[in-house]
Design a protein around this ligand. Structure first.
Ligand SMILES: *Cc1c(COP(=O)(O)O)cnc(C)c1O
Length: 402
């Protein structure tokens, strides 16, 4: 058996992302976790099957794996590391961020109940509320991303508050302790999609949030080459999630988990870079004559600057801004960039750029799109790991061409 570390609780997120809270025994004493590409795991005797089934019912397992829908060794290693970084008792890994979001909501939602969501949230989460919750007999409200608006939206039958922090694309930051206080008083569960923050910048569980979800496709994977999601929280809540996960089968495959674990090894370094680059680029944009407005919480001009500076260590690599001008000027700027690929997503090695009105919200009616702030000159950047000076130079030359 590997030796137990003396005090892993003191380790920084970058160290936890590499070691978790300690070592697991690994096949062949491999340093990296081997990819176990199998759909099922055999037993040596029929009696062993019976022992396994009995031990499962008592919460004690004599061996870890039986069938790949229930998990694989690389997944388990990723879950242990992610739980350690987030400061959660347990993590459940999914095949996408949306699987984590929806299966978490579906595990805890109740017929006749009501869920409060915040606006400026991930498009598909919003669409799940508007298109599907009614089918289950569940009410919902979508309100401004502030603690006050959430409190006002609570009804006697509200059982879940689901929010994001920071939100996307306006990077609104919620006063998490204030929301937790309101929720706890009324016995309401809080779920936060903290994809844009990551535990490098804030750990909502330590602030009292019940469940944190992330798209691991973004900063955890970190290389624009995999899809995964994760939910984290107490062992009791995660046991409920895991039961649903076993049935639904939104299980990430072994290769995905291998890539995710590999990505996690540089998590701390990458986040440090993202925080630094995000700030430098946001400051440059705010000072640029062709830019009308910038949203980045480290800037005093951001509506949630104070809350953000109190709660978070840094703000990552997503920056939204308005180009001075309309559709034509905005497209000219985007098309003139050399280093930014035109595609959604964030948190990877390549810098990405999107015109929000066309990329993620195109099929919404024009009026509704405007009402939720998806105006034609709104650009969202997701900086990658390129040299910051090169990114700044690229953005400047593209803006200067307008
Ligand atoms: C990307 C994203 C999701 C969805 O994750 P997928 O891995 O694409 O399914 C959910 N929430 C936020 C905030 C995201 O950025």
């Amino acid at each position: 058996m590997p030796k137990k570390p003396s005090d892993p609780g003191k380790w920084h997120p970058s160290t936890l992302a590499i070691h978790g809270l300690g070592r697991l025994p690994k096949a062949y004493h491999a340093v990296s976790t081997p990819i176990v590409q199998t759909s099922n795991y055999y037993f040596d005797t029929a009696g062993e099957v019976e022992d396994f089934m009995r031990s499962k019912g008592q919460g004690k397992v004599s061996r870890e794996h039986e069938y790949a829908r229930y998990g694989n060794p690389t997944q388990q290693e990723c879950e242990r590391k992610l739980a350690a970084i987030e400061g959660a008792e347990r993590a459940v890994l999914y095949s996408s961020g949306m699987a984590a979001v929806l299966l978490t909501i579906m595990t805890f939602m109740k017929p006749g109940a009501h869920i409060v969501f915040t606006s400026d949230c991930y498009r598909q989460t919003r669409d799940f509320a508007t298109n599907f919750l009614g089918k289950f007999g569940i009410g919902y409200s979508i309100v401004d991303p502030t603690a006050k608006a959430i409190e006002e939206a609570i009804k006697p039958n509200t059982n879940i508050i689901f929010t994001e922090s920071p939100t996307n694309p306006y990077l609104r930051i919620l006063d998490i302790p204030a929301i937790v206080k309101v929720a706890k008083k009324r016995g309401i569960m809080t779920i936060i999609d903290a994809t844009l923050a990551t535990p490098y910048n804030i750990r909502p569980i330590a602030l009292g949030v019940d469940v944190v979800v992330h798209s691991a496709t973004k900063y955890f994977g970190g290389h624009n080459d995999l899809m995964a999601g994760v939910a984290l929280g107490s062992a009791a809540l995660m046991t409920d999630l895991y039961k649903m996960q076993r049935m639904m089968g939104a299980t990430p495959g072994p290769l995905t988990c291998f890539l995710l674990e590999r990505g996690l090894k540089t998590f701390g370094m990458r986040m440090e870079h993202h925080n630094r680059a995000g700030l430098a680029v946001a400051q440059m944009l705010e000072a640029h004559p062709k830019v009308e407005k910038v949203w980045y919480p480290a800037l005093p001009s951001h509506p949630d600057h104070r809350t953000g500076m109190e709660q978070m260590k840094g703000f990552g690599s997503v920056i939204s801004f308005l180009v001075k001008g309309g559709n034509a000027e905005t497209r000219k700027c985007i098309d003139s960039l050399d280093l930014f690929l035109i595609t959604p997503s964030l948190g990877g090695s390549e810098s990405l750029v999107t015109q929000m009105s066309t990329m993620s919200f195109f099929d919404y009616p024009e009026e509704y799109r405007q009402s939720i702030g998806m105006v034609d000159n709104l650009v969202r950047l997701a900086l990658g790991l390129e040299d910051v000076d090169d990114l700044i130079a690229d953005l400047k030359q593209a803006l200067d061409l307008i």
